[in-house]
Design a protein. Structure first.
Length: 237
């Protein structure tokens, strides 16, 4: 079976899952976190090299204070528990997105899990947190423009590779397969630049119910497609 090297998932449908089970929205997010713990290990076991998840978007701050607070609480717990499981499974953890908006203890937990797992040689697990593709591009453009203003860079030197290297995903290859759960068929500001040649797969299954069986269906669909060249491979270390 042709296992994609980099699979990205837009985790969607936690709220609808909770509603379906007559539970408060928060418990949908809890079920989503539990499913993610399992999925990370399943992906590593399958031989996926990079697994990226869209966990919290720059737009998600607009949700109710109560829901944002609950999500932050789950991130706290999730990131702390992640370290042990990542170490046990040789997984390297990275985060993309703008983290200054998170509380200091969450930022510290992220730093800790990234540093502790930096030398692990197995799958790379990437969490997009307070991530928005447009925000990421704006931050990259500002950095390049500052270089031009200081005279260390000339506009003519800016090419596609330089832009890629200035995104949060500088060290991560472009996704081969992007999955969105829960029936919606939009990108919602996720990896706009990086998905130029990515294969998309949509599933109606809500994220807390998306398991190995659904993942294998997505991989099978991917395997039957004829791909065009264009993805950016992993940069040399
Ligand atoms: C995805 O589930 C999780 C986050 C965006 C944090 P949603 O909360 O978007 O679930 P629905 O779309 O309301 O079902
Ligand atoms: C996308 O899901 C963002 C994440 C999964 C983190 P949303 O549910 O927030 O996106 P929209 O509102 O349907 O576009
Ligand atoms: Mg949603």
């Amino acid at each position: 079976m042709n296992i994609p090297a980099h699979i990205a998932i837009i985790l969607d449908g936690n709220g609808r899952w909770a509603k379906l089970h007559n539970l408060p929205r928060q418990l949908g997010h809890k079920a989503g976190c539990d499913n993610l713990e399992q999925m990370v290990e399943d992906m590593a076991r399958l031989g996926v090299k990079y697994f990226t998840v869209y966990a919290f978007s720059t737009e998600n701050w607009k949700r109710s204070e109560e829901e944002v607070g609950a999500l932050m609480g789950f991130f706290r717990l999730y990131i702390r528990r992640l370290k042990k499981r990542a170490m046990a499974n040789d997984i390297k953890v990275m985060a993309i997105g703008e983290r200054s908006r998170f509380d200091e203890d969450i930022r510290e937990a992220l730093r800790d899990v990234e540093e502790s797992t930096a030398e692990n040689g197995g799958m790379v697990f990437v969490m997009a947190l307070n991530y928005g593709s447009r925000d990421e591009i704006v931050r990259a453009v500002r950095r390049l423009a500052a270089g031009c203003a200081e005279g260390t860079l000339s506009p003519g030197e800016i090419d596609e590779d330089m832009i890629s290297r200035n995104l949060d995903t500088a060290l991560i290859p472009d996704p081969d397969l992007l999955i969105r759960t829960a029936g919606e068929q939009r990108l919602s500001n996720f990896l706009l630049w990086q998905c130029a040649y990515t294969e998309f797969y949509y599933s109606d299954v809500l994220w807390p119910d998306f398991h190995m069986e659904e993942l294998m269906q997505a991989i099978e669909s991917y395997g039957s497609r004829e791909r065009r060249f264009g993805g950016r491979p992993a940069p040399a270390k």
